[in-house]
Design a protein around this ligand. Sequence first.
Ligand code: COA
Length: 260
Amino acid sequence: MSAYELLQMERDGAVAIVTIDRPEKRNALSAQVRAELIAVLDELRDDDGVRVLVITGAGDNSFVAGADIGEFAQRTPLEQRAAMTGRRVFDEVAAYPKPVLAMINGLALGGGCELALACDVRLAADTAKLGQPEINLGIIPGGGGTQRLPRVVGTGQAMRLILSGEIIGAAEALRIGLVDVVHPATELRERTLEFARGMAGKSPVALRMAKSAVRAAAEMPLSAGLQYETEAFITCFGSDDKREGVAAFLEKRTAEFTGR
Ligand code: COA
């Protein structure tokens, strides 16, 4: 039985699929959902049997419809500040030592779009819709949207979405780079899992170093980023996985990576 009330977690080989399971509220991120997401990230972090995570939403029309607006109604600024400090799901996903894929099966609004933005690759159904509609509530994105969205789609498109609250479809999201891949809705799960399984067959050491180095690009000047890349490359060079990957290539066989 699942240890989580508002999440489902399943395994497909070395891929873990985490489904936010609150469809009657369009999978809105309540405090409990956030706490359970942190708990599942903790559970899977040191599990060597899990190499790639996929995050999605239950039901067929919503990934995550945002922060739980009901919780906003009564909170004072101080209470909201308390809710926003401490461990934050978005930052933990972005810094997670394994790839995290967003499987966007429907609406990804507000905190849902921000959750997707924190993930490493965004794969969307052709029926998905994305946006940052917080402006309509008299607030702004507070889960990283004002920072991660411009880094993903550029300042102009981020301004357009955040200042207008406009919700866009999957094709438009693909055009501006907000999602990376679009699949027909009926094929999204299988195609995403195929992609994730392929990634799970790579070296966990190299995956971790590659993610960390690409993330560093958003944090550092080019010269420091290039230095970071060199150090990450050298770290890979000392791994069993590098010896195995190179030997397997030369011996014309498939590499068996252990993550060491
Ligand atoms: N927080 C809390 N509850 C939410 C929610 C959110 N972000 N999004 C949806 N819900 C709830 C609705 O209040 C409703 O609850 P109820 O049945 O108790 O009345 C339930 O989910 C279903 O929503 P409903 O609007 O009836 O479904 P829909 O399919 O017609 O529309 C949305 C779905 C997502 C388009 C619409 O609910 C919406 O605009 N939600 C808010 C999106 C938003 O502004 N997100 C940013 C928040 S910062």
